[in-house]
Design a protein around this ligand. Structure first.
Ligand code: NOJ
Length: 710
C-alpha cells in the first residue's frame, strides 16, 4: 500500500497521546522499567542511544544489542498499535571501523570514496540496531577555533554540497528500505558554524543573502540526495532561535529546499528556548517549537508533557500535531521499520572496510611542504620517530567516535616499522629527554605531532590554534642536528604553523584519520601512495588571522591579501599559510590553458539549460603516477551586489600516469553562474565572468571571456 495511505490509516487509529508519543525521543539512560512502561503506552517514538549530551567526548559503546531488541519488541508486540521505535545514534565518521574526520574526508575531494565509507559505516551500524545516524554535519566552517569545524566539510558551499550528497547517499544506500540502509540527518540547521569568535553555542548573525549563498546550499544538496531527517542548530539568527523559527524550519527548509522528512531538535534545544529568553517555561517552548515545524523532541520531554494541554487550549492545532506525526511515520515507513524492526543479520567484510578506510585516509592526508623532495623516504633511509603521536593509537580515532576501538588502530610506529623494519627506530619519550637529546644514528627525523581528540568536537574550542610550543621546540631541536625533518601532523583542525614550518623539510597533515591512520601515514611517507589530499579549510599563519577563507567578498580598498595583493596585518605576510584547495603530490601536474567552447551565451539559452564547456589539458610532468584535483573557480566581474573574489564551482579528481596528459572538461550553466540577490532571487546577471582552473584557489590560470548577454 502507498505510504501516504498507510500514514492516514495509522493516524486515524491513534489517540492524541499516541500521536504525541511519536514526537518523543527518549535517552537510553532512562531507567529500564520506566522506559518499558512508556513504550507500552505508546509514548516513545524514538530512542537516542546515548546517555549524555556530550556523547562525542565520552566513552560509551553500543554493547547490549539484546536490550535494544527487547525494547523494540515491547513497542511492536506490547504497545496498542505496534509502531516501531526508531533508534538513533551519533555514528559520525565510523562505527567499528573508523574513517577520517569529516573535515579530513572532504580534503580527499573524492566523492566516491566518501560515499563508500558511509555505505560501510551504515552497514556496520545497522547490525547494532541503529536505524538512524545524526550525520552528516554540514555547517560551513570558517573558524578553526570552533571545535566543531572538524565535523564539517569545511569552508566551501560547493565542496560541502558535493560531500553532503555523497554522505547521504552512502548512509541511506540505493534503497532506504534495504536492511543495511539507515536514515541520515543533515545538521545543524542552520548557521551554527558562525558561532561568534569560534565559541561553541554562541551568538550568530548572518544576512539573508549570505545564508542562501553560503550556508544553505549543502542542506539543499542533502535534501536533493533524499536526506530523511534534519536537526536544528542551537543558535539564533536575527534574534530568532532556529528551534522556534517557523521561517527557517518550515518556509525555508520545506518550502524552499523541498524537505519532506522530519525535523529533530538538538539535545534539549526546545527547553533551551528558555535560556535564549524567548520562552518563559517548557510549555511555551513546546508551543513555539512545534508551531515552527520542529517535529521530534530530543530528550527534554517538553512535548510529551505539554502538547496535550496546548491543543486543548487551542495554542497548537491538531493539524500541526498530525503533520509532525505524518513526517515521522513517513520516515519509519520508508525505512521499512514496520517490516524489519529489529537489527538485521548479515556478514560484513571487515577487511574490505579497513581497506576502504586506508584508501580514504591516504587520500585525505595533505602534503603541505616537501622541500628538496624530502619525501618519499627511501626504504633504506634510517628513520627516527619522535613526538607525542608516534605510538599513540586512541587519538587517531578523533572526536565523536563512540564505538571505535583503539586496539584496532595501527600506530604510526607500528606501520612505519612494518615497512622500514629495523631501519626505523622509535624514540619513546616524546620530547626525547629534558635536554631533548635526539638519536644521531639516523638520516631523518619523523616528528609525529598532534593534539588530543578531546581538543576538538562539541564544546571543545581553542583560543589559540598555534602548534604547541613544546612541539615547535622539538622540531627546532631536530633541525639543529642537521638532519632531514619530516613533520606528521595529527591535528583535527587546521593549526597555525608559522612558527613550526621553517624547521620542517616536509609536512604531512594527517588529521585524525581513524583506524587506518598509521598505515596511511606509512603508505605516504614511503611513497606507496602518492599524496593527493587538498585542504578543505584555509590554514592561517597565526590565530589572529582567523577568520580567513578564500571566497570572501570584494572590498573597496585593495585588501585582496589572500591572493597576494594588499596587506591586512603589518606583522605577518599577506597570504594565509596554505590556501583552500592546496596540497602537493610527489609528481608535478601542469594545468594548461583554460579553453571555452564559446565566448558568449544569451541569458535565455542559459536558463534553458545550455552552458559553456570549459576544458584544460592536465599533464603529469613528473615520473610518478598520481591523482590531481583539478579545481574550477568563477568570479562574477560586475554584479548588482558585492560578490566573492572567486568561488569553487567544479572539481574533478583524476588519475594521470607519469608523462601522460589528459583532457579535463567542466560544464558551467545556470547553477554555477547564479547567486541569491538582495531579493533572494536565484539569478544570473548578464556580464563577464572569469573562469579559473588550477590546483588550488589562488591559481591565476584563467579565461576572461566567458560572457552572458541579456
Ligand atoms: C548535541 C550535538 O550538537 C549533536 O550534533 C548531536 O547529534 C546530539 N547532541 C546528540 O548526541
Amino acid at each position: 500500500m502507498d505510504i501516504e495511505k498507510r500514514i492516514n490509516n495509522l493516524l486515524s487509529a491513534m489517540t492524541l497521546e499516541e500521536k504525541i508519543g511519536q514526537l518523543n525521543q527518549i535517552s537510553s539512560a532512562k531507567n529500564e522499567e520506566k522506559l518499558k512502561e512508556l513504550i507500552k503506552n505508546g509514548k516513545v517514538g524514538s530512542l537516542i542511544m546515548a546517555n549524555t549530551c556530550f556523547a562525542g567526548s565520552e566513552e560509551g559503546r553500543v554493547e547490549n544489542i539484546e536490550y535494544f531488541k527487547e525494547l523494540q519488541r515491547t513497542a511492536v508486540e506490547g504497545s496498542r498499535l505496534g509502531i516501531p521505535i526508531i533508534f538513533g545514534r551519533d555514528v559520525i565518521h565510523g562505527h567499528h571501523t573508523v574513517y577520517p574526520l569529516p573535515l579530513a574526508m572532504a580534503s580527499s575531494f573524492n566523492d566516491e570514496l566518501v560515499k563508500t565509507a558511509y555505505r560501510d559505516i551504515a552497514s556496520e551500524a545497522a547490525l547494532d540496531h541503529i536505524h538512524w545516524t545524526f550525520t552528516p554535519m554540514l555547517d560551513l566552517s570558517r573558524d578553526p577555533r570552533w571545535g566543531r569545524c572538524v565535523e564539517s566539510p569545511g569552508e566551501d558551499p560547493y565542496l560541502g554540497s558535493r560531500m553532503a550528497a555523497a554522505m547521504v547517499k552512502g548512509i541511506q544506500g540505493d534503497k532506504l528500505s534495504d536492511e543495511s540502509s539507515i536514515a541520515a540527518c543533515a545538521k545543524h540547521f542552520i548557521g551554527y558554524g558562525l558561532s561568534e569568535g569560534g565559541r561553541d553555542y554562541h551568538h550568530t548573525d548572518v544576512s539573508e543573502p549570505s545564508l542562501h549563498n553560503y550556508y544553505l546550499p549543502a542542506f539543499g544538496a542533502a535534501v536533493k540526495a533524499g536526506v530523511q531527517t534534519v536537526m536544528n542548530s542551537f543558535n539564533e539568527i536575527g534574534g530568532q532561535p532556529v528551534a522556534s523559527s517557523r521561517y527557517l524550519l518550515t518556509d525555508v527548509l520545506r518550502g524552499e529546499l523541498g524537505f519532506d522528512g522530519f525535523v529533530i531538535s538538538d539535545w534539549c534545544a526546545i527547553q533551551q528556548l528558555i535560556n535564549h529568553g524567548v520562552a518563559a517555561d517548557d510549555k511555551q517552548a513546546a508551543e513555539l517549537a512545534l508551531n515552527a515545524g520542529l517535529d521530534m523532541d530530543m530528550v527534554d520531554e517538553c512535548y510529551i508533557k505539554h502538547i496535550a494541554d496546548l491543543i486543548k487550549e487551542g495554542r497548537i492545532s491538531e493539524e500541526t500535531l498530525d503533520n509532525a506525526v505524518r513526517n515521522i511515520l513517513r520516515v519509519k515507513l520508508r525505512l521499512g521499520l514496520f517490516e524489519h524492526p529489529f537489527a538485521p543479520k548479515y556478514k560484513i567484510d571487515k577487511k574490505e572496510h579497513s581497506a576502504h578506510a586506508r584508501e580514504l585516509a591516504g587520500e585525505s592526508m595533505v602534503l603541505l611542504k616537501n622541500a628538496n623532495r624530502a619525501l618519499p623516504l627511501k626504504e633504506n633511509e634510517r628513520v627516527a620517530l619522535a613526538g607525542p603521536m608516534a605510538t599513540i593509537k586512541e587519538t587517531h580515532l578523533g572526536t565523536w567516535t563512540l564505538d571505535g576501538d583503539e586496539n584496532d588502530v595501527t600506530s604510526i610506529a607500528e606501520a612505519m616499522k612494518a615497512v622500514g623494519g629495523n631501519r626505523v627506530k622509535c624514540h619513546h619519550a616524546w620530547l626525547a629527554d629534558k635536554q631533548m637529546i635526539l638519536p644521531w644514528d639516523c638520516d631523518t627525523y619523523v616528528l609525529c605531532l598532534g593534539e588530543s581528540r578531546l581538543m576538538s568536537g562539541e564544546n571543545n574550542c581553542l583560543a589559540d590554534i598555534s602548534v604547541p610550543e613544546d612541539q615547535v621546540a622539538l622540531a627546532k631541536r631536530a633541525k639543529r642536528e642537521g638532519k632531514k625533518v619530516v613533520a606528521v601532523m595529527c591535528f583535527a583542525r587546521p593549526v597555525a604553523m608559522q612558527e613550526l614550518e621553517p624547521y620542517c623539510d616536509a609536512i604531512l597533515y594527517a588529521w585524525h584519520s581513524g583506524t587506518e591512520a598509521g598505515n596511511a601515514v606509512a603508505d605516504i611517507l614511503y611513497g606507496r601512495v602518492n599524496p593527493s589530499g587538498k585542504i578543505a579549510m584555509t590554514f592561517p599563519r597565526v590565530t589572529g588571522q582567523v577568520p580567513v577563507y578564500y571566497n570572501y567578498l570584494r572590498a573597496a580598498r585593495p585588501c585582496n591579501e589572500y591572493y597576494g595583493q594588499g596587506r591586512s596585518y603589518r606583522d605577518i605576510p599577506a597570504r594565509p599559510m596554505y590556501p583552500f584547495g592546496y596540497g602537493l603530490s610527489y609528481t608535478d601536474f601542469e594545468i594548461g590553458e583554460v579553453c571555452s567552447d564559446k565566448d558568449t551565451l544569451s541569458l535565455s539559452r542559459l536558463k534553458n539549460g545550455e552552458g559553456f564547456k570549459i576544458s584544460v589539458k592536465v599533464k603529469n610532468a613528473g615520473d610518478t603516477d598520481g591523482k590531481e584535483t583539478v579545481q574550477l573557480y568563477i568570479k562574477d566581474e560586475v554584479s548588482s551586489v558585492v560578490r566573492p573574489l572567486r568561488e569553487l564551482k567544479g572539481y574533478k579528481k583524476i588519475f594521470v600516469k607519469a608523462g601522460e596528459t589528459v583532457n579535463v572538461e567542466f560544464g558551467i550553466g545556470f547553477e554555477e553562474l547564479s547567486f541569491y540577490n538582495a531579493k533572494l532571487e536565484k539569478t544570473v546577471e548578464p556580464g563577464e565572468f572569469t573562469v579559473y582552473v588550477g590546483n588550488d584557489c589562488t591559481t591565476d590560470n584563467a579565461i576572461k571571456t566567458v560572457c552572458i548577454v541579456s
